[in-house]
Design a protein around this ligand. Structure first.
Ligand code: PA5
Length: 412
């Protein structure tokens, strides 16, 4: 595993953590035995065959040939993971197709801007919805489908429409089937926020020119009970111990602006999996060094209701030298070396102030490592929720919002 977890500054005693390991292993086992619902994602990395990856890559190649824009419509787990991966990884080779995400808000201005961006250019649509009926996604689909029909006519529109949904009757599935759009199945036993390593995440990522095979290889390397033996679940354990000791918030902290959507993905994963039955750590995310000049004050001296989880990459991809003519003491040094000083500086300052800090790091960022990270956090999150006694795989609160909003829409 390329992911290192350092809990030496968590302030929690090692013997207390060790005392919880047996229980964490028992919860992990439940993910593998099939006794829980919605655990299809656990075995998915190796059940997702090379042929399935080839099929997605061939589809992505067709889209890149005939479309300048690939408009991905989805909300929550149906877009967050793909956006996180595309922001973090560079495409391999030339890629002139831009992936645009929509259908995750109700902003008319946002949709207008996308229409203006697309203009007369060729584009294809990907509609991603597990349920096949989500308001944000389906209303955006209605708008862009009309636009496409006016531009291409119904037959070419169907050829340019890609759908990822469950293989069962819904508005989206029935319409896409009737019109002959290309449908990729999302397994019935994989929930939205655990679906990034399925066509939900992989199709947009492949269109962006990123090697999805390497992502899946990374995920596959961790997809076993063995990979999470011993101390490998200590992160889930420590989170629960913090909660029991009165912490209410976990702040994910990044030092690279390209991680912003990875933070959003983590917030959804943990927030929607754990926040129920009146329980759960509230997941927040901050971007350093930017937020050290604002929220840094609160962290250092404000209400101590949180712990911090640093997520860092040891070797930066690109670096820039600051000229000798610049101000001392940073003249002649590189930006990324200074970034490391920010990481160490804030870690020291916060540790001295008694703030618990967990450090999660990877040696470098690439498709294989990111595949590991996605699977790693999904597993830690599921085990952590099970340790706290909640069902990680339902989201009755989200369903409640959808239902109430729908009654307002029907009354319009
Ligand atoms: O994790 C989840 O289940 C949710 O966040 C969903 O992904 C989100 O509500 C979108 O639902 P759907 O994919 O059915 O359109």
């Amino acid at each position: 595993m390329d992911i290192r977890v350092d809990i030496s500054n968590s302030g929690i005693d090692n013997s207390e953590i060790a005392g919880c390991r047996e229980r964490a292993q028992a919860e992990l086992k439940k993910l593998w035995t099939g006794e829980l619902h919605f655990t299809g994602w656990v075995k998915d990395p190796y059940e997702f065959t090379d042929e399935m990856i080839d099929e997605l890559q061939e589809t992505a190649e067709k889209i890149r040939k005939d479309s300048k824009f690939f408009l991905v419509l989805g909300v929550g787990g149906s877009f967050m993971g793909a956006k996180a991966v595309i922001d973090l990884l560079e495409p391999e080779g030339d890629n002139n197709t831009k992936v645009i995400f929509a259908g995750y808000n109700f902003s008319g201005r946002y949709l207008h801007q996308i229409m203006n961006t697309i203009g007369d250019s060729d584009f294809s649509i990907c509609v991603i919805s597990k349920s096949g009926s989500t308001t944000e996604t389906l209303s955006a689909y209605g708008i862009f489908k009309e636009l496409m029909i006016r531009k291409y006519g119904p037959e070419e529109t169907a050829r340019r429409t890609y759908v990822v949904t469950e293989h069962k009757s819904s508005f989206l599935f029935d319409q896409a089937s009737a019109e002959g759009a290309r449908i990729f199945d999302l397994a019935l036993d994989i929930g939205g926020r655990y679906s990034v390593l399925t066509p939900v995440g992989l199709l947009p990522v492949a269109v962006a020119g990123i090697d999805i095979r390497k992502i899946m290889e990374g995920a596959r390397s961790l997809a076993s009970e063995e990979a999470f033996k011993g101390e490998a679940l200590d992160y889930s354990i420590v989170r629960n111990l913090f909660y029991e000791k009165g912490k209410k918030i976990e702040v994910f902290e990044f030092f690279d602006p390209y991680c912003a959507y990875f933070g959003e993905w983590l917030k959804q994963l943990f927030g929607e999996s754990e926040g129920k039955d009146g329980k759960g750590l509230f997941p927040a995310s901050l971007m350093f060094s930017r937020d050290l000049h604002s929220m840094g004050q609160f962290l250092q001296q404000g209400t101590q209701c949180f712990f911090e989880t640093f997520i860092t990459v040891d070797e930066p991809g690109e670096d820039v030298q600051i000229p000798d003519s610049a101000m001392k003491p940073f003249a002649g040094k590189t930006i990324e070396k200074i970034n490391k000083c920010a990481v160490n500086g804030v870690a020291d300052a916060h540790t001295k102030a008694g703030i618990p800090v967990v450090r999660i790091s990877v040696p470098e960022m690439n498709a294989n490592v990111l595949g590991q990270m996605l699977y790693f956090f999904e597993t830690q999150c599921a085990v952590s929720a099970l340790l706290s006694g909640v069902d990680p795989f339902n989201q009755p609160g989200v369903e409640a919002y959808k239902k109430e909003m729908r009654s307002y829409i029907e009354a319009l």
